[in-house]
Design a protein around this ligand. Sequence first.
Ligand SMILES: CC(C)=CCC/C(C)=C/CC/C(C)=C/COP(=O)(O)O
Length: 293
Amino acid sequence: MPSPRRNADGRPLAASASSTSSPGSPAHGGGGGGRFEFQSLLGSRAPGADPTCARLRASESPVHRRGSFPLAGAGPPQAAPAPLPEEDRMDLNPSFLGIALRSLLAIDLWLSKKLGVCAVESSSWGSMRPLMKLLEISGHGIPWLLGTLYCLSRSDSWAGREVLMNLLFALLLDLLLVALIKGLVRRRRPAHNQMDMFVTLSVDKYSFPSGHATRAALVSRFVLNHLVLAIPLRVLVVLWAFIVGFSRVMLGRHNVTDVAFGFFLGYTQYSIVDYFWLSPHNAPVLFVLWNQQ
Ligand SMILES: CC(C)=CCC/C(C)=C/CC/C(C)=C/COP(=O)(O)O
């Protein structure tokens, strides 16, 4: 007959945990409360097991961890928790999603700091700052708005006016959406950013999304769709958009995710503008009013 397994003192191990626990497992470290919880965890692995499993696994997540796992055996044994309603069991997913998001944000901050090589004059690529600031002006809202208004005032064809009117609408829509999202998200600019930007709005103290990246993506898509350009010029337009976006991170103005989302938003904004394309047929008032100027 097999003899019962014994612990270091030669005493038989308790039947409830001896067959499954090993030295160093939670059941060994604690008193009766720990063993009870351990058995509950094992039971939760079986198909169709007690619904407390969701509660126990949720208690391992970082959200629930603080002071909630009684395996240290500090307290008296606890009664099995009551089964949770379905919506409480969904608690597991947000914790995994939360971990994934936090990891992404940590990578984002780390990468943005590494790439912010022109953030100040004394940075490793500090001498490139003037060039980066030139790129900043090339994607700024004011030159684009003033330039479009000027071209509109000079345009003598209906087709030209229609395109420019829509570019103006696109630029205003972009300013509005970016200001709205910045105001809602309120993500601070990176700590290494020097706030020395040329003309800003109050929401520009926030960084998500990058207004320069949205504008660069929007304008380049607009230009590629409405101007007939030779291939090298088309390549230049796309390159300009990417360089403007990248320069935001190099200048320390933005994190990588601000720029990535900015590109996505700008690209999407063009689809909105294209869908609501203004023409003398669907917005005659605009065109007649402009003609009377
Ligand atoms: C009509 C009107 C409200 C014009 C305002 C133009 C203006 C001051 C735009 C701000 C552009 C700007 C500094 C955006 C910030 O870009 P980030 O890439 O730093 O987000």
